[in-house]
Design a protein around this ligand. Structure first.
Ligand SMILES: Cc1cc2nc3c(=O)[nH]c(=O)nc-3n(C[C@H](O)[C@H](O)[C@H](O)COP(=O)(O)OP(=O)(O)OC[C@H]3O[C@@H](n4cnc5c(N)ncnc54)[C@H](O)[C@@H]3O)c2cc1C
Length: 292
């Protein structure tokens, strides 16, 4: 791997520094490709040598287990091109969603206001069709370019199987999202800023942003929100496993009060799921992803 050009390779990296829960064990390698060509070479090398790998965005929707990760964590943050042409933006997957929101304000473009406060990368947001306040990535994406088995391909929005926190990328771990073209609407800066202000105030009021979390833990089941279910039906608000707590501010958030391990978060998740099934007959589906 070290012979591949334009790769930055870090060894024995503590993943708690790269996840928003601030938990996770040591990964053997953390690799930053500086170009798409070096990413392609890296993937070839990994596949030829049967090495395990994982594509890391900003680590804000994952629970990286505490065990040693004997493989390569690939981070695409160095692939962060951006091109704005009128109301069309072409942006690489490693680009920060928050930075992109700032660009849209600067350029008076509306459509991405919902993403203010979602701390991931563009790639991570596409992968799980991130959304809030009634909008999601699927509403603004025109097409996505990705790498699949050494081949660069592009698909239009209609082909991407977007749904509630779903996309075709979730079902195919061989795919690496490279970039996207999004279409926004020309608008008025003040209106965009006012909407973002309103959403941000709501987040501050309702979410435990002062603690390490990874956003909503579970998808909402039919007819009730996961937060209401956990708080009012299961009475689990404030319940904990060691330093992993169900937030008292928002019951669909698990917070790390300091020394939680991924194992504690996973145990707490399983307890909530067991209670939901036993008491309410509801199968709570995880929105976050456990990486082993
Ligand atoms: C405080 C807080 C608030 C949040 N609010 C929201 C919210 O309102 N709405 C919402 O939907 N989410 C929310 N989240 C969750 C999270 O920020 C989003 O899901 C975000 O889109 C994840 O992006 P990421 O870059 O951090 O992805 P990661 O967590 O790093 O990865 C998530 C998955 O995406 C895959 N992935 C990432 N990049 C690529 C790529 N280039 N190609 C292929 N696969 C890739 C990873 O392999 C992994 O499977 C919140 C999180 C926090 C901490």
């Amino acid at each position: 791997m070290k012979e591949i050009k334009d790769l930055e390779i870090l060894e024995n990296i503590c993943m708690s520094n790269y996840t928003s829960y601030k938990t996770g064990g040591i990964a053997k390698y953390l690799v930053y490709p500086n170009t798409i060509e070096s990413l392609i070479e890296l993937i070839k090398y990994i596949k030829n040598n049967n090495i395990k790998y994982f594509i890391l965005g900003n680590g804000t929707n994952i629970i990286f287990t505490d065990d040693f990760y004997d493989g390569v964590v690939i981070n695409l943050k160095k692939l962060n091109n951006l091109l704005v042409s009128k109301n069309i933006i072409c942006v690489s997957s490693g680009y920060s969603l928050q930075k992109l929101v700032s660009i849209t304000i600067e350029k008076n473009l509306s459509g991405l206001e919902f993403a203010a406060g979602i701390p991931g990368t563009v790639g991570g947001a596409i992968y799980m069709n991130a959304g809030a306040y009634g909008s999601a990535m699927a509403d603004i994406i025109d097409e996505v370019t990705y790498l699949e088995n050494d081949e660069i391909k592009t698909k239009k929005r209609e082909e991407l199987e977007f749904g509630y926190r779903e996309s075709c990328f979730k079902n195919n771990k061989n795919i690496i999202i490279l970039s996207t073209k999004i279409k926004l609407k020309p608008s008025n800066k003040k209106e965009i800023q006012d909407t973002i202000k309103e959403y941000t105030e709501k987040r501050i009021k309702t979410q435990p942003l002062e603690y390490p979390t990874a956003g909503s833990v579970f998808k909402n089941p039919d007819n009730i929100s996961s937060g209401a279910l956990i708080e009012h039906k299961l009475n689990l608000k404030g319940h904990n496993v060691n330093d992993a707590y169900i937030s008292t501010k928002h019951a669909n958030f698990i917070i790390n009060k300091g020394n939680a391990k991924s194992e504690d978060i996973i145990r707490l998740i399983k307890e909530i799921q067991r209670e939901a099934l036993e008491k309410e007959g509801i199968n709570l589906e995880l929105e976050q992803e456990i990486i082993k």
